[in-house]
Ligand binder design. Structure first.
Ligand SMILES: Cc1ncc(COP(=O)(O)O)c(C=O)c1O
Length: 332
């Protein structure tokens, strides 16, 4: 297995840091918690999609595309970063956005939506919350073809096996850092949505024969559905890179107790987690992904799921621009 042979663009200088969260660990009285700062990845405002895009955009360029097409919610971090990668590469970018379940979206919405405009999105197509994003993207690509242009479609969250290579590379980076600091991690906790981050990490740790166990904290689905998505992507990623061993027997763990009423709907546990990390460590999480993932880590610690000797690595997957769209949750 040698995934280095895949083409890759480079959007970050060096490794993202791993920091020990001493005050948070003390406040929770559980395992030693560290944080992998993927919120400090390159491209506009960082976050996990930067790693996936290094491989996806390399593939788009190889195929001669001039426009990246992708989709997501109005506050999609993935759309912001895909657009930022397009800007960096001199490509254009068109987005399909799903309207919030609560109704049509505010054309002056802040956060990521504001950044879509600032970064010069070429076109935004909004569809109903239950609309077919894939069909809408294919329609965009067809229109481009009619104009003699070439679009490259990136599915929701960049979660294809090519995108997952970014998180195989991240697992490799974590293993190197663990060796350098003599700190092997027993667990890695991450938010899991479209599944590419978790699938890539599991594949990367398997490739390294690492003992680090990955725990996904769901942001939308039920446990069985999320585990099935991650498992399928793990399998296709492992096939792509020729990873040996019984991949189907690999444990995939996704916790669904911290989703609350649904995707992007705030919970009191998320608010507590975002406040606690800000007030103990001065680090900003986000209300949709990392806030719920940290609520999951806190909940599991309180349930006694880790020992005091465990080393737990929390993956900060980014997302802070969305924090500025919900001041009502944090201003008393
Ligand atoms: C900030 C942030 N964290 C985590 C995730 C989840 O990652 P994945 O979709 O690879 O499961 C996303 C996905 O959009 C995200 O924007």
């Amino acid at each position: 297995m040698n995934y280095i042979r895949y083409e890759r663009r480079s959007y970050t200088n060096g490794k993202t840091p791993i920091e020990k969260l001493e005050r948070l660990s003390k406040a929770l009285g559980g395992p030693t918690i560290s944080i992998k700062r993927d919120d400090q990845l390159g491209l506009t405002a960082g976050g996990n999609k930067t790693r996936k895009l290094e491989y996806l955009v390399a593939d788009a360029l190889k195929q001669g595309a001039d426009t990246l097409i992708t989709c997501g919610a109005v506050q999609s971090n993935h759309c912001r970063l895909t657009l930022a990668a397009a800007v960096r590469e001199g490509l254009r970018c068109q987005l399909v956005l799903t309207e919030p379940t609560t109704g049509g979206f505010d054309p002056y919405a802040s956060g990521n939506h504001l950044l879509f405009h600032l970064l010069g999105v070429e076109k935004i197509e909004s569809i109903p919350a239950d609309g077919n994003m894939q069909e809408a993207m294919e329609y965009m690509a067809q229109n481009l073809m009619n104009e003699g242009r070439k679009g490259y479609l990136i599915p929701v969250g960049g979660s294809t096996e090519i995108g997952s290579l970014g998180y195989m590379a991240c697992a490799e980076e974590i293993e190197q850092q663990a060796w350098e600091t003599c700190t092997p991690y027993d667990y890695l906790v991450t938010a899991t949505g479209s599944g590419g981050t978790q699938a890539g990490l599991i594949a990367g740790f398997l490739a390294r024969q690492s003992n680090t166990k990955v725990i996904g904290v769901n942001v939308s689905r039920k446990r069985e559905n999320q585990e099935a998505i991650v498992r399928e992507l793990l399998h296709s990623t492992a096939t792509l890179v020729g990873l040996q061993g019984d991949i189907l027997a690999t444990t995939v763990r996704c916790e669904d107790e911290y989703v609350g009423p649904g995707y992007a709907i705030p919970t009191k546990e998320m608010i507590e987690a975002v406040q606690l990390v800000a007030r103990t460590e001065g680090i900003l999480l986000d209300p949709v992904y990392t806030g719920k993932a940290m609520a999951g880590l806190i909940g599991m610690i309180r349930e006694g799921q880790f020992t005091k000797n465990d080393n737990v690595l929390f993956l900060h997957t980014g997302g802070a621009p969305a924090l500025y769209t919900v001041p009502q949750l944090f201003i008393p």
